[in-house]
Design a protein around this ligand. Sequence first.
Ligand code: ADP
Ligand code: MG
Ligand code: MG
Length: 249
Amino acid sequence: MLSIKNLHARVEEKTILKGLNLEVKPGEVHAIMGPNGAGKSTLGYVLSGRDGYEVESGSATLNGKDLLDLEAEERAHAGLFLAFQYPVEIPGVSNLEFLKAAVDANRAANGLEPLSSKELLKTAKEVCKEVDLPIAFLKRGVNEGFSGGEKKRNEIMQMMMLKPAMCILDETDSGLDIDALQVVAKGVNSQRSPERSFVVVTHYQRLLDFIKPDFVHVLADGKIVKSGGPELALELEKHGYAWLEEKSA
Ligand code: ADP
Ligand code: MG
Ligand code: MG
């Protein structure tokens, strides 16, 4: 599904990713943990093609397609979805208008007709219910004045509407209370399938009690320095990242 090889990337003049390798197979859930400033968000931005992030060397493919060669929009159409650590507000564009534009653009890129407004509204209402957002949120500006938790649930709603093959969730659990955390986890779990993969960036083992990962990786100083199963997250929770450095020293 997603194959990242020896990726080096910089933002401004600073190299942040320094030889990152990651292989995600269809249906797998990978958790990425790691200290602040390690490059976790940078990885998501580089993969999604955000302006200002420059690849120096290495490769990233999605189902064999060279992601780095595509425009940001084309990456989304190829099935890549990024839920941001800090979701952006788009005042003046309602959530429903945004969803319609995004869903229809994806469909068009895959040779499908636009969804009728009625169909879209019906699906959007169902998804609102699943992520525990009142349907009035469909009429509000995208993320405009939403609380932190509402923004995160809104990201999951977009994911459920777009049905991407490869979902990257960047600290979607940060700042959530336990109820909202469970809503987010439930949303993700309901979308798990043999054809869909997830990379979940988190600082907290707690999320992984609800979203069971197949693999856990530690990203430090721009590369994956350790990989393991869910037990790795428990060890990190207990000993902190300093423990890894001591072990490798
Ligand atoms: P993480 O998500 O792991 O906490 P980030 O990927 O957000 O880390 O940041 C990695 C490093 O890149 C940090 O040192 C951060 O200060 C730096 N960085 C991020 N964005 C920029 C930018 N626009 N200009 C310069 N440095 C940046
Ligand atoms: Mg951070
Ligand atoms: Mg980050």
